[in-house]
Design a protein around this ligand. Structure first.
Ligand SMILES: CC[C@H](C)[C@H](NC(=O)C[C@H](O)[C@H](CC1CCCCC1)NC(=O)CCNC(=O)[C@H](Cc1ccccc1)NC(=O)N1CCC(N)CC1)C(=O)NCc1cnc(C)nc1N
Length: 329
């Protein structure tokens, strides 16, 4: 079959994360999870958390579900790129998304979460959509929901259609022919690091010439910003009057009045564009804005985060949506 679920941006004006409803257990407990193609753990806020670490999230309670069973002697502990983290125990549970069910999904119950999760009332946990090899459950790593349901999908793929300040969609098992115009560009995925990793074929800034270069990136719905090698970032902000590296924020910032050039990227022979307006991410004070494009210095690859994934390229005046199709060839 195929299944579709909404992806709602939060907070509305910042698109910092996208949340999707997931049904857990019997009777159904619905939690809003951050689908993350940059990790492979499905973990939720739970009744096992100290109250002091919760902040308004919906808590999954295994005791209230007739289909949950403890995965004995298994634990998990995860650390994310922004320094946040969580850990806990594991149950097998019925997990349904858009009508597609995994009957015995490893569902990771948080017994500890770091402060930024406690403060984020909108997110009840994460659903990892990267590869099984980076799942943190021990002693036996567990499979992702996408891996568990693949045999029941019409096609072994999912598509991501995030939108700026509007509700988008994750679709499992089919490519919606209404959601794209023209042919689809494919790139070979390198799964050795457990991510959806592939090469971009180059970039251009605004109306400048396209620079052919192979840039290793991962498609990561769980990362808000677009992170690329320093030489690309420097080339981009050279086109932004008054842009500079703010050591306090550790980020490129610029006057909010600056005209932002579009960012063009190559994927095979396909050319996608991120509107310049998306690269003004938000104000840090009345006159200075924070860049949606930052350096991936120190990372083994660039990160195509939400800033790029939500981009809609305007062609012949219409809007077609840039979406990522992720699946096995
Ligand atoms: C199995 C681990 C797994 C693969 C892990 N994967 C990732 O970190 C990528 C993954 O997509 C995670 C998923 C996030 C985690 C935080 C909660 C939301 C989802 N992405 C990141 O950490 C990228 C950096 N963070 C972000 O992009 C977060 C996302 C966020 C959204 C809403 C609320 C809070 C945070 N955004 C911000 O921090 N923002 C605040 C600042 C603002 N300017 C932009 C928005 C990893 O690489 N960990 C190795 C790792 C460990 N330690 C460190 C320090 N770095 C690491 N990379």
């Amino acid at each position: 079959g195929t299944g579709t679920v909404t992806a709602s941006p939060y907070p509305a004006e910042y698109d910092r994360e996208y949340l999707s409803p997931v049904s857990l257990g019997t009777p159904a407990q619905i939690l809003d999870l951050d689908f993350d193609t940059g990790s492979s753990d499905l973990w939720v806020f739970s009744s096992a958390l100290p109250k002091s670490q919760t902040g308004g999230q919906t808590l999954y309670s295994p005791g209230n579900s007739s289909t949950s069973s403890v995965l004995e002697n298994h634990t998990w502990s995860i650390r994310y790129g922004d320094g946040s983290g969580s850990s806990g125990t594991v149950v097998n549970e019925l997990v349904t998304i858009g009508g597609i069910s995994a009957r015995r999904q490893a569902l990771e119950i948080a017994t500890q979460v770091s402060g930024s999760f406690t403060q984020d009332a909108a997110s009840d946990g994460l659903l990892g959509l990267a590869f099984n090899s980076i799942n943190t459950v021990r002693p036996t790593p567990q499979k992702t929901w996408f891996d568990n349901v693949q045999s029941s999908l019409a096609a072994p793929l999912f598509t991501v259609n995030l939108k700026k300040a509007a509700v988008g969609l994750y679709t499992f098992g089919a490519i919606d022919s209404k959601a794209h115009t023209g042919s689809i560009a494919y790139a070979p995925v390198n799964t050795k690091n457990g991510f959806w990793q592939f090469p971009l074929t180059g970039y251009a800034v605004g109306t400048g010439k396209f620079s052919n270069s192979s840039i290793d990136v991962i498609a990561d719905t769980g990362t808000t910003l677009l992170m690329l090698p320093t030489n690309v970032v420097d080339a981009y902000y050279k086109g932004v009057k008054g842009a500079y590296y703010d050591t306090e924020y550790g980020a490129m910032v610029f006057p909010c009045t600056a005209k932002m050039p579009d960012f063009i990227f190559g994927l095979g022979s396909y050319r996608g564009s991120v509107p310049g307006s998306f690269i003004s991410y938000g104000q840090i004070n009345t006159s200075t804005c924070y860049g949606g494009l930052q350096s991936s210095e120190g990372l083994p690859f660039g990160i195509l985060g939400d800033i790029l994934l939500k981009a809609q390229e305007g062609n012949d005046g219409t809007w077609s949506t840039f979406e990522i199709g992720l699946g096995k060839p």
